[in-house]
Design a protein around this ligand. Structure first.
Ligand code: PLP
Length: 430
């Protein structure tokens, strides 16, 4: 799997990780709604608990439905393994957990999902971790922010709230030079539009809540490991390279090689943090992934049409969408996301904060929700909602200034969406 998929994306999104149920022949992956699994005998139980044999013990750690989803996502991302968990935010904590310790820091992009900015600037400090926010277009600043206590570099591929694409190969080179893993949140792009591991990412995290599930039904997260990072090259990552007291001194990297990080995520991360995905959620997400490529194609096609229309409308100040030739990130987008720059973008309404609020209230097809990546078109005024907790400087840096509205373009008829925006813009700027 590290050499990339042997089948095409459309085939893998339906088949990777799944096989007819060995007990019944059921063609669709069953929802294994069980907490525990019967051991064959005491010796089998002991082998499982010692990590000498891979199998099912208890659904906080492993579950067959979730295992299919893990393999599906790992395959689509071109990784060696994946761990699913209860939400995208859980995935971020789970991703950092094996790398961090009190006093350690991460160097992160200023252009991040609002909830991630809060998680990284406030909440992780309770663990003694910290984040340094840097403009990731300034590679020297990224290098300069890295110090002896830095344990990871973190960014989004297509960054929320849209319009910005990270130069992944350049950032990966900076992380490499410092001997650090690069973690890329690929939620807004999905592996159909961008495969960060091919651009040098060590780990990929997802909020499966968004495009992977696609219908706005369940929350979930995933961490995919490229299997390429040498955790033993320095003494920076003792959780993976040094003896683990909870498993009789087992060394994860030495024992499991490229699967060390994934095994650690299950055997320590899920076991002790308990941020487990449930099998019902895994089922919905598996259903969603089966049509990922079809949906993403339509999402992108609609986004290009609507962004182009908005850009030419006199009631609009500007549109930030990397799929528009006028965007400073258009060329970079064609390299990093060759199949399209996603379906998430912002635009500035003439009339500022008040007009934005009116616009959001006047739309009919677009739903005003704090979500993205749904089949339905969604709208949010970030400054009064998701980015409300941020300072004005943080809002601006995150592309969520008061006069800016974010759209998550769905897969409805583009003409209907344009007509809806046209009506609402008239009401907002009257
Ligand atoms: C939604 C989102 C998250 C958080 O995911 P949850 O599933 O809501 O916890 C993280 N990153 C990005 C880019 C997101 O869109």
């Amino acid at each position: 799997m590290t050499d990339g998929p042997t089948y095409g994306f459309d085939t893998l999104q339906i088949h990777a990780g799944a096989r007819p149920d060995p007990a019944t022949g059921a063609r669709q992956t069953p929802i294994y709604q069980t907490t525990a699994y019967v051991f064959r005998d005491a010796e089998h139980a002991a082998a499982l608990f010692n990590l000498q044999e891979v199998g099912y013990i208890y659904s906080r750690l492993t579950n067959p439905t979730i295992a299919v989803l893990q393999e599906r996502i790992a395959t689509l991302e071109g990784g060696v393994g994946a761990v699913c968990c209860s939400s995208g935010h859980a995935a971020q904590i789970m991703a950092l957990f094996p790398l961090m310790a009190p006093g350690r820091n991460i160097v992160v992009s200023t252009r991040l999902y609002g909830g991630t900015v809060t998680q990284f600037s406030q909440t992780i400090r309770r663990f003694g971790w910290s984040a340094k926010f840097v403009d990731f277009d300034d590679l020297d600043a990224v290098s300069a922010a890295i110090d002896d206590d830095t344990r990871a570099v973190f960014c989004e591929s297509i960054a929320n709230p849209g319009g910005y694409i990270t130069d992944l190969p350049a950032i990966a080179a900076v992380a490499d030079a410092a001997g650090l893993p690069l973690i890329v949140d690929n939620t807004s792009a999905t592996p159909y539009l961008c495969r960060p591991i091919e651009h040098g990412a060590t780990l990929v995290v997802h909020s499966t809540t968004k495009y992977l599930t696609g219908n706005g039904t369940v929350t979930g997260g995933a961490i995919v490991d490229s299997g390429r990072f040498d955790w033993s090259a320095s003494d920076k990552f003792p959780s993976l390279s040094a003896p683990e007291p909870a498993y009789h001194g087992l060394k994860f990297h030495e024992t499991f090689g490229p699967l060390a990080y994934t095994f650690h995520g299950i055997a320590i991360g899920l076991r002790d943090l308990g941020m487990t995905m449930n099998p019902q959620a895994a089922h919905y997400t598996l259903m969603g992934i089966e049509t990922l490529s079809l949906r993403m194609e339509r999402h992108v096609e609609n986004a290009v049409k609507i962004a182009t229309w908005l850009e030419n409308d006199p009631r609009v100040d500007y549109v930030t969408y990397a799929g528009l030739p006028s965007s400073p990130y258009y060329e970079r987008g064609r390299e990093i996301c060759p199949r399209g720059a996603g379906a998430l973008f912002t635009f500035a309404v003439k009339g500022g904060y008040e007009a934005c609020v009116k616009l959001v209230d006047s739309l009919e097809i677009f739903s005003h929700v704090a979500n993205l990546g749904d089949t339905r078109s969604l709208v949010i005024h970030s400054a009064s909602t998701t980015h409300r907790q941020l300072t004005p400087e943080q809002q601006k840096a995150a592309g969520a200034a008061p006069n800016v509205v974010r759209l998550s373009i769905g897969i409805e008829d583009a003409d209907d969406l344009i007509a809806d925006l046209d009506r609402a813009l008239s009401a907002a700027t009257a």
